[in-house]
Design a protein around this ligand. Structure first.
Ligand SMILES: NC(=O)c1ccc[n+]([C@@H]2O[C@H](COP(=O)([O-])OP(=O)(O)OC[C@H]3O[C@@H](n4cnc5c(N)ncnc54)[C@H](OP(=O)(O)O)[C@@H]3O)[C@@H](O)[C@H]2O)c1
Length: 292
């Protein structure tokens, strides 16, 4: 193939039905998609696996089921190699990222640009060592909140290093009860672990405290319905979309060194199944990355 010529095919990982975990991933060669007028084609350089990708394979996202065979993962970074005729905002050669996890902090009204710094709030962040949690702790501190965080014993130092004021080992009785070492109640709980329950959150909230749940289990889903119109303690499920401005702000924070990505492990494309298995373990510290 001559230099600059468009390749006809590309590598991909896909699966053809629900279940099967890492063993069900198949390495295939597929056609490079053609670009519609309002689309861009990105040569992916790295991808990070999200719990929602794993849940999709398990069939937990039905009825939004994928069309099989399905290529998982939508958190990617790379370079634009083709643009559609109607695209004005991007050009070939631009480096792009698809998304970053921060909506939970936005949902509690956090301002990262210094405009909302008066006072801050008492915030508990659960599973602070997770890919989502490591960003959440840093962003909460940038938003001037006072942060209590939960994680496993091996990550207490890491989470404190990200800025958390108090860190609880979730396997201790105090950690399981989400009880702040200083005895305070939380204005907000950002819940990133699907093991925590509303009955445990409720006594830890201040009188008008709110749980923002990004990893709801069935009981917390019910609590979100029951507390929907509550003027006092309540639990809300978060489904916020990130705007282009939000993403730009996060990238700026990263360029300035104020926000960092904690990487659990990097895997070459050929070992994508190992990355999948690592994410499925539920014990990653930060992000699991696949590099092309
Ligand atoms: N709503 C959405 O759109 C959305 C998007 C992305 C992610 N999420 C949710 O966010 C959650 C985090 O996902 P992730 O991929 O970032 O990470 P993850 O792989 O689920 O998190 C693993 C980390 O969490 C820690 N952990 C596990 N259980 C814990 C508990 N009960 N208390 C405190 N820490 C605990 C583990 O510590 P040990 O190894 O020490 O046990 C490990 O470091 C998932 O539940 C996912 O569904 C939601």
């Amino acid at each position: 193939m001559a230099a600059g010529e468009r390749p006809a095919t590309m590598r991909a990982v896909q699966y053809s039905g629900y279940g099967g975990g890492a063993a069900a991933l198949k390495f295939v060669e597929i056609h490079v998609p053609s670009v519609k007028k309002d689309e861009v084609l990105v040569k992916v350089e790295a991808a990070s696996i999200n719990q929602s990708d794993l849940m999709t394979q398990k069939g937990m996202m039905r009825p939004f089921h994928p069309k099989f065979p399905f290529i998982p993962v939508n958190n990617v970074s790379g370079e634009i190699v083709e643009v559609g005729s109607a695209v004005r905002e991007f050009k070939v050669g631009d480096k792009v990222v698809s998304k970053l996890d921060f909506w939970a902090l936005k949902a509690i009204g956090t301002k990262f640009d210094g405009s909302g710094t008066s006072g801050g709030a008492d915030v508990l962040i659960t599973a602070a060592s997770s890919g989502v949690g490591t960003y959440a702790v840093q962003l909460a501190k940038l938003g001037n909140h006072r942060v209590t965080a939960t994680c496993g014993a091996r990550n207490l130092g890491l989470v404190a290093g990200l800025g958390a004021d108090e860190v609880l080992d979730y396997k201790t009785p105090e950690g399981a009860a989400l009880s702040s070492p200083s005895g305070k109640k939380y204005d907000y709980i950002v819940n990133i672990s699907n093991k925590n329950k509303w009955s445990v959150f409720k006594p830890r909230l201040s009188s008008h405290g709110r749980v923002v749940d990004v990893a709801p289990n069935f009981g917390n889903f019910v609590a979100s319905v029951v507390t929907l119109f509550s003027r006092r303690k309540k639990l809300s499920l978060v489904s916020l979309k990130m705007s282009k401005e939000d993403l730009g702000l996060l990238l700026e924070l990263m360029r300035e060194g104020k926000l960092r990505t904690v990487v659990d492990s990097r895997h070459p494309f050929e070992k994508a199944a190992d990355a999948w298995a690592r994410s499925l373990s539920g014990h990653a510290t930060g992000k699991v990355i696949v590099e092309m």
